[in-house]
Design a protein around this ligand. Structure first.
Ligand SMILES: [Zn+2]
Length: 431
């Protein structure tokens, strides 16, 4: 253990191509100019919750247990997300630091509900299902986190779309100023939201970067007020890029058409032998428990037909064993579906099997992710502060290397991590 401080900022869906503009903005410039850096390869599927889990555990979904953003709740329109910290099946670098007596704050970080730390204001939605905003936050925050939630809840924007950005920045700034934790994690999502709504590229990207820069300004003001800025390592990361959505291939409709899944006249799910759980630009196929051999063979044949049919634009369907070996992706599913770039592998029950972008009934996000991590633009890693060598570039590194790096900065060990720390970026005494 040492006395290094760490502020980890995740700018959701920030891509390497955003850096040129971002560094013209004052707060981004402070995080980027002179920073130690790496080009990051993410994990499959490129979904926010599995990746943020990888960033704190150093493990892919096969070990972390977070294999999707949302739980497998067949037939539910808005399934619950992997909110709870107990969803993580391996230790995080936060656990390792906390065990050494370091104080921890998490603000809007995925999979941190009910985490056992000093300041916990987790990212959580679907609050209608859990008793409304106030009761939900009371249940998932730490006592100090709830106090800060009450102080700033007026900043949560609900119309036209929920946006926690101003709330997150204000809470984060107060935590840095008042609580002065040894480690703070904060997650900012407005760039991801803009890319979902309008597509991966366009003028909305720089507009969103302008907004994020304001959030960073609020946050860094809190850090400056604390007097800890010079001794704080500030690391800015992102989780994935986005691709242009070109098509939805809704496999559950096909399963229904072939008699493997049943709905009522209102498209409510009645029963299923096989079910597609979407992971955005990829999918996870579940087989009903206790299904017979004959039925399973019929489903395997159907899956072969799906890959063979060019209209569906499905590149490959891997068995769970193959997905574990190739991608470190495992879960309670039986197969993993990889689509062509930009093809949503959808679970909808009320659409046509194939809906293309140019079709009049296309609806949904224009940009998305969940794709294979080699596709599209890549996530960022910039680190400044006393632990890092200025302007040092480690080249291409795995996102699984981030958590061991954070652990090393704090002088704690994380033996369960599958990555290795990015030592090239660290000052000699820390290596
Ligand atoms: Zn994300």
């Amino acid at each position: 253990m040492n006395n290094q401080r760490l502020l980890l900022i995740s700018v959701d869906a920030m891509e390497d191509v955003d850096v040129a503009y971002a560094r013209t903005l004052p707060s981004f410039a402070r995080l980027i100019d002179g920073a130690a850096r790496a080009q990051i390869r993410s994990i499959f599927p490129t979904l926010t919750y599995p990746i943020h889990s990888a960033q704190v555990t150093g493990c892919p979904p096969a070990q972390s247990g977070v294999f999707n953003n949302v739980l497998m709740q067949p037939g539910i329109d808005h399934p619950d997300w992997f909110w709870d910290y107990s969803c993580l099946k391996v230790p995080t670098f936060l656990d390792a630091a906390h065990a050494e007596g370091r104080s921890i704050a998490v603000v809007q970080w995925p999979v941190t509900a009910r985490a056992p730390f000093e300041v916990v204001v987790p990212e959580i939605g679907n609050v209608e299902a859990t008793g409304g905003l106030v009761e939900t936050m009371r249940a998932v925050t730490s006592p100090r986190g709830f106090e800060l939630f009450e102080r700033h809840r007026d900043l949560i924007i609900t119309e036209p779309k929920t946006n926690h950005g101003p709330f997150a920045a204000a809470v984060g700034a107060d935590v840095l100023r008042e609580d002065q934790p040894d480690v703070m994690l904060i997650h900012l999502v407005e760039l991801d939201s803009a890319r979902h709504l309008h597509g991966p590229n366009g003028p909305h990207v720089n507009e969103a970067l302008d907004i994020i820069d304001e959030r960073l300004g609020v946050l860094l003001k809190g850090l400056d007020d604390s007097g800890n800025a010079d001794e704080t390592n500030i690391i800015m990361v992102s989780d994935h890029g986005q691709l242009e959505t070109v098509q939805h291939t809704n496999l559950n409709i096909l399963f229904r058409d072939r008699g493997f899944l049943e709905t009522d006249a209102e498209n409510n799910l009645l029963s299923w032998d096989v079910y597609l759980h979407s992971s955005g630009l990829s999918g996870q196929i579940f087989l009903r428990e206790g299904i017979g051999e004959q039925r399973r063979r019929e489903i395997e044949e159907l899956l072969e037909d799906i890959v063979a049919e060019p209209r569906y634009r499905i590149r490959e369907i891997l068995t769970a064993t193959e997905a574990r070996e190739v991608y470190g992706l495992d879960g309670p599913f039986t197969w993993v579906v990889e689509s062509e770039p930009g093809v949503i592998v959808g679970g909808a029950l009320d659409r046509r099997v194939v809906v293309r972008r140019e079709d009049p009934d296309f609806r949904g996000y224009l940009g998305n992710h969940g794709h294979h991590p080699t596709q599209g633009d890549q996530p960022v890693f910039f680190a400044t502060g006393p632990a890092f060598i200025p302007d040092c570039d480690a080249g291409r590194r795995e996102i699984l290397d981030e958590a061991p790096t954070f652990a090393k900065v704090l002088g704690v060990s994380l033996p369960t991590a599958r990555g290795r720390s990015i030592d090239e970026l660290l000052i000699p005494g820390l290596r």
